[in-house]
Design a protein around this ligand. Structure first.
Ligand code: G3P
Length: 219
């Protein structure tokens, strides 16, 4: 399973890469705004900065347009920024049409805002490189986000779709483990959820004991 980080914060992206386990980055307009990145050129420059940190990793950059022509225009600009840019397109009618267009023109896409198996199927059929089911936002309204991942995994396996399932809206380390159990290809997570996987009280207690015993024996 691939690990992506879901942020536009350069320090957090660097920290996750330093850990040696990161495979890519996803962003969205809310995450860019949170970092105070505004204005067309600043936004494009920021994507390039992220790509430079991400090395060979994919970086999802989202379009703002919702009409077909606008999505195509924006997608071309984003894709030309860097070879690792994946154009993030919303799950709407013009978005599906644009994903088909991009797949025929060698531009990779991430279909975002997926909340049902039918939406995932449509995006895969159109040729999306990734689809992003939002786990946490389903859980927020007492629907089962992980069950959605399981359904999509089953459907994609039935037909050998090459589209990768990128589990998004991850809120905690347990989501990551559950997505791995369900067979998601990728999880995109905030840094605290990734770092949360490190923690276990028995690890802390065991290490403290080892170090204390060593000190006792060696002075
Ligand atoms: O990037 C899309 C997704 O990961 C958003 O997560 O926490 O805003 O639902 P969240």
């Amino acid at each position: 399973m691939k690990f992506f980080i879901d942020t536009a914060n350069l320090d957090q992206i660097k920290e996750a890469y330093d850990l040696g386990i990161l495979d890519g980055v996803t962003t969205n307009p809310s995450l860019m705004a949170k970092e105070g990145i505004t204005g067309k050129q600043n936004i494009l420059d920021h994507y390039v900065n992220i790509c430079n940190i991400a090395g060979t990793g994919d970086v999802s950059a989202e379009v703002i347009s919702t009409d077909f022509e606008g999505i195509i225009r924006e997608g071309h600009v984003l894709a030309e920024l860097h070879k690792n840019i994946v154009v993030k397109v919303p799950m709407i009618k013009s978005g599906v049409k644009a994903i088909k267009y991009f797949s025929e023109h060698g531009i990779r896409t991430n279909c975002t805002l997926i909340f049902s198996p039918g939406q995932a199927l449509l995006a895969a059929k159109a040729g999306a490189s990734y689809i992003s089911p939002f786990i946490g936002r389903l859980d927020d309204i007492h629907l089962d986000g992980i069950a959605l991942i399981e359904q999509i995994v089953k459907i994609f396996n039935n037909y050998d779709f090459r589209t990768e399932i990128l589990a998004a809206s991850i809120r905690n380390p347990l989501h990551i483990v559950k997505c791995a159990e369900a067979g998601a290809d990728v999880v995109t997570c905030p840094l605290p959820s990734i770092l949360g996987l490190l923690n276990h009280p028995l690890t802390d207690a065991g290490l403290a004991q080892f170090l204390a015993d060593h000190k006792k024996a060696n002075g």
